[in-house]
Design a protein around this ligand. Sequence first.
Ligand SMILES: Nc1ncnc2c1ncn2[C@@H]1O[C@H](COP(=O)(O)OP(=O)(O)OP(=O)(O)O)[C@@H](O)[C@H]1O
Ligand SMILES: [Mg+2]
Length: 438
Amino acid sequence: MTELKTSNTVSHTIFIVDDDRSSQELLSDMLTRNGYATNLFSSGAHALQAAREEPPDLILLDVMMPDLDGFEVCRLLKESETTRRIPVVLVTCLNEKAMRLKGMAAGADDFINKPFDATEILMRTHNLLLVKKYQDSLKVHSEMLEEQVRQRTEDLETVISELKSAQRQMIQQEKMATIGQLSAGIAHEINNPIGFISSNTVSLAKYCEKILKFMEAQQEALLTGKTDSRDVERLQALRLQMKIELIAKDIPEMIAETLEGVERITSIVRDLKCFSRVDESEQKLVDIIQCLETSINIAHNELKYKATIKREYGDLPQLRCYPQQLGQVFMNLLVNAAHAIDTQGEVTVRAWSEGGNIYVSISDTGCGIPDEVKAHIFEPFFTTKEAGKGTGLGLSISNEIVRNHGGEIMVESEVGHRSTFTVSLPLDYAAPLIVSIP
Ligand SMILES: Nc1ncnc2c1ncn2[C@@H]1O[C@H](COP(=O)(O)OP(=O)(O)OP(=O)(O)O)[C@@H](O)[C@H]1O
Ligand SMILES: [Mg+2]
């Protein structure tokens, strides 16, 4: 191997790779006289190794060499990340098009021919180094830009995740506020069965006492071993006095009523638990009608004094969704419907499936919505209700939830007569994990 360092005083280092010593020196002489530093190699393999260890600014590479030829060295240089950007000039005595094409295919950046023309070589070297300089600075800039973009993306992701968590909290707070609003009614719904369960239990205890007294008397008579007609008469009188006949008729009814009361309380508590739970992170395949019924049960007390509830349910396929979020939407629409009715009216809940969507509509025969109010109802904190009765978040959150499920809420209203809110929900939509930020 011939490897000579001819100059260290200049900024650009050029590798000259040629097995012909005189060509090497001729080229080196031209370049060093013009301020370039050169490293000379007579083997392609050695030049390749040196370029990988410390990449030069340019390589002049002879095509015809005994070990690795220039095309192969060029190909290997362009293959590796560390040496890819070094400009390679193929030095050849062949001026054939086929050779140039082969050189281009190997990734060569330029060609010079033997015999050498000093001006041409210096011009080509100068141009390629200039291009490399621009490419290097472009690379530095693009790396800086990439870093900035990465940093900003990271910052944005943090902000988005904070916003999403704030929004989740807001949804949960609104849900709890709705339960707060309905709590008096829910308490009444629970108290009512508790009232008759407790009075039934007191009555059953008294009945038990009487039955036990009668059974004791029967037992005494039996134990004497000689029951006569006087005993039978006495027992008969006691039976009448204890109202055993009536008790026997009453007990099954009371037990049935008590069990029904227990079932009512259990179902209210189950609905409440289901509604107030923080939404699970996984979507579920659910029956929307069941979801609607849960919301109707919780809003029942609010609705029942104001309206008769009519249900018109079609056959619905199950929907993949966040059921508690949709339950919150239905609840808000139902409470709004109840609030819209002044004294007595009708609330109709419809659910049907059509053209790949599930539709749920809640209609009321209430006050209706004037156009100037309708324009704002989906805005956060917009309310026409007195303080304490509404925060104005219900429809904006409901709208967000429905949009997150790929659907929309439509409103039709006739002032003084009725309003209908229709929710559309596409069946083939995978809602993102958390409600999106508009
Ligand atoms: N069915 C309806 N009939 C008439 N007006 C309605 C109806 N539903 C909504 N609105 C109007 O839209 C407004 C906004 O409703 P939204 O549910 O967002 O808030 P809110 O009910 O006032 O308060 P909350 O946050 O407790 O739900 C209501 O204040 C009311 O003026
Ligand atoms: Mg509301």
